[in-house]
Write a protein that binds this ligand. Structure first.
Ligand code: PHE
Length: 392
């Protein structure tokens, strides 16, 4: 018992230091302004847990960028309820187990009043029970697995969920590509991938499609030739790979190397600039569902894209947009609650209706999810291009 506690504290201290250094590098130590020391009453402390480093570093970095845009703008305009916001960010390094550690620390050491995070569903699923037990509202920007918000009434998200996302890509397969014979490759280490495969297959097979090959892999794998050889032998018209961008980039490349030139489809987990670095020209004729397109001419989106480019010198991806919306929805709830008391913020979050975000209009439903359309993006010449919008 003693030993566990001690090593826990050492780890906590170390990763806190790493976080401070990482944050310093990313935001120029913006988190250290305003004299908002722990326990002082003149700041509102919001905790964020995100994958700033590790396998899915682009998810956490982008959502963090979106969140600090909102918080810096709110602070520049005088703060919320007359107080400055202090965002305390913990890097969970994209690792299983670290999200739970980060959230425990944010709640018990920093005494945050609300939490932003995570992106990957498996990491939200491990952190959510801690937030729920402590009755600290948690808003996930991008976790789409339905089980995340089922953890309890303090757990919210600002994105759609995978039963919808799976349907979107099954409809795209059947109605837009007009294909029916599909092979599916699932990352069995990710709740996200397992769920999304299932929902896709459910809709596809009930509407005239056939799954002719099912293969699995694990996050971190690099060689997919064995699975792809079986897939090729089944001769599918489409391959569905609802994974994260690192493995997807390699899978698409290796599929093309084996001579498979059929369309390859996926979900929001593809959304990262790193995907194109890994996949290169092999990504021609691939499509994925997402929360947002930089090509959307809606002025709300174009203003966000302009501000993001100005500050970070690159285009925002879907995670950046969701990180922005999650922070905005949370601050809006605090303002409407007239209080930062977690129970009151929870009630205000639950009452969010028609909030105009950059990922669409956000209304929180009774299951604490957001119902919104999805966009399908086509990858062409190394860029992500808007193909179509599919409504719920
Ligand atoms: N939806 C993914 C998950 O639940 C995370 C994700 C969201 C990835 C948005 C990219 C963009 O794991």
């Amino acid at each position: 018992m003693m030993q566990n506690t001690n090593s826990g504290q050492v780890r906590a201290g170390l990763s806190f230091l790493v976080t401070v250094v990482a944050l310093g590098a990313i935001v120029g130590l913006a988190g250290c302004d305003g004299g908002g020391s722990a326990g002082s009453g003149d700041t509102i402390k919001i905790g964020e847990f995100a994958s700033l480093t590790g396998a899915t570093a682009s998810f956490g970095t982008a959502s963090h960028n979106g969140a600090i845009m909102v918080i810096d703008a709110a602070n520049a305009a005088g703060g919320v309820l007359g107080k400055k916001i202090k965002l305390i960010t913990e890097d969970d390094q994209s690792k299983a187990g670290e999200a739970a550690t980060a959230v425990r620390k944010l709640i018990s050491r920093d005494r945050v009043v609300a939490l932003l995070g995570e992106i990957a569903s498996s990491r939200s699923l491990e952190a959510a029970p801690i937030a729920q037990q402590s009755k600290i509202p948690m808003v996930s920007p991008g976790s789409t697995n339905p089980n995340v918000t089922k953890v309890g009434d303090y757990i919210f998200r600002v994105c759609f969920i995978d039963p919808f996302q799976g349907t979107v890509m099954a409809k795209f397969t059947l109605n837009s590509l007009k294909k029916t014979r599909v092979a599916v490759l699932t990352d069995v280490r990710q709740d996200y991938s397992v769920g999304l495969s299932q929902y896709y297959k459910d809709y596809l097979t009930k509407n005239g499609g056939t799954i002719i090959s099912e293969q699995s892999y694990s996050s971190g794998d690099q060689d997919f030739k064995a699975q792809l050889t079986s897939v090729k032998a089944a001769d599918p018209e489409v391959v569905f790979v609802p994974g994260y961008y690192n493995e997807v980039g390699l899978i698409v490349r290796q599929a093309r190397e084996l001579g498979m030139n059929v369309p390859i489809l996926g979900g929001d987990g593809w959304d990262s600039p790193t995907l194109t670095q890994i996949g290169g020209p092999a990504l021609e004729n691939t499509f994925f569902s997402n929360h947002f397109s930089v090509e959307d001419q809606n002025p709300v989106i174009q203003n966000f894209v302009r501000d993001y480019r100005e500050r970070f010198k690159k285009d925002p991806d879907g995670m950046a947009a969701l990180g922005f919306d999650a922070a905005k929805v949370l601050l809006d709830a605090m303002t409407r609650a007239g209080s930062t008391e977690p129970a009151k913020v929870r009630d205000a979050l639950a009452a969010t209706v028609d909030f105009q975000g950059v990922t669409g209009k956000i209304s929180i439903d009774p299951e604490r999810n957001a119902t919104k359309p999805a966009v399908v993006l086509a990858i062409k010449d190394g860029g992500f291009h808007f193909a179509e919008t599919i409504a719920p």
